[in-house]
Design a protein around this ligand. Structure first.
Ligand code: GEK
Length: 244
């Protein structure tokens, strides 16, 4: 796995972009930066085994290098299913296609995967039994999030599952400061220097826009989901499931 040293090198203060440099180090970046990332990927596999239905579609929205796609593919027990993996960054979809092709050769899975370079706001979602938004919604302008959630709800079949993982913000300033501090300490334990942590934080300003857990749950309810549950929380990172 190539080590993420982007903010060791990069002092130019440009906003964060999902480019080739990021794609190259991405698995290492997510593993060291997002507390609970490995747990979300593992759970996506377990959830696919329970919720994917025969002859339906699964969607990995903001797929990056396809970690959640591969987990769904490995977890799925049903026949006639297709996974649609979507990302707007060409650097990500290019590498993701290679990773899926390698998995095709090794796993011989019957679940087809279509990797598409597109904006998730523009893709059709239909006949879906599982939709994953693993740390992606946070990169969409806030005003576009309600419409995307309604589109997902409308595209899910009865009993279909949404997994929504996000960085969140706390309503209480003191708690928020503590959670950010704990997250930064976690990153330093994972061998990022204080300077790298602060450069990355600045680069993500206005690029990653977190909301509160209450805002997410309200949006899910407004879209039509009768109930949503937080199944994972690690500092200021959460993963929520909702069933249509
Ligand atoms: C994983 N889910 O490994 N349309 C499509 N893709 C987008 C959009 C958009 N409008 N906005 C951002 N992205 C992955 C990790 S990373 C999380 C997801 C992170 C894409 C963006 O190009 C990037 O690849 C991904 O969403 C977010 O489980 O970097 O913190």
């Amino acid at each position: 796995m190539t080590t993420d040293d982007i903010y060791k090198q990069n002092a130019d203060e440009k906003p964060f972009r999902f480019n080739d440099d990021v794609a190259k180090v991405f698995p290492d970046m997510l593993r060291r930066s997002i507390p609970g990332y490995a747990a979300t990927i593992e759970a996506i596999g377990s959830l696919a085994a329970r919720y994917v239905q025969q002859d339906t579609n699964c969607y990995d929205l903001g797929c990056s290098l396809g970690a959640a796609t591969l987990a769904m593919r490995q977890g799925n027990q049903e026949s006639g299913c297709s996974i649609v993996a979507v990302d707007t960054a060409a650097a990500m979809t290019r590498r993701c296609k290679e990773i899926i092709a390698e998995d095709d050769r090794q796993s011989g899975s019957g679940t087809s995967v279509d990797v598409i370079e597109a904006d998730i706001r523009d893709v059709d979602i239909s006949n879906a039994s599982m939709v994953v938004l693993n740390y992606t919604l946070q990169f969409l302008p806030k005003d576009d999030r309600d419409a995307l959630m309604r589109k997902i709800y409308d595209g899910l079949i009865d009993g279909g599952l949404l997994v929504l993982s996000e960085k969140v913000v706390d309503e209480n300033d003191e708690m928020e400061e503590l959670l950010i501090d704990l997250h930064h300490e976690h990153k330093r334990r994972n061998d990022y220097s204080a300077l790298e942590v602060s450069r990355k934080r600045a680069a993500l300003e206005n690029v990653l826009i977190p909301e509160t857990v209450a805002e997410h749950r309200r949006r899910l309810a407004n879209a039509g989901f009768g109930h949503s549950a937080v199944w994972l929380r690690y500092f200021n990172f959460v993963s929520i499931i909702a069933i249509r």
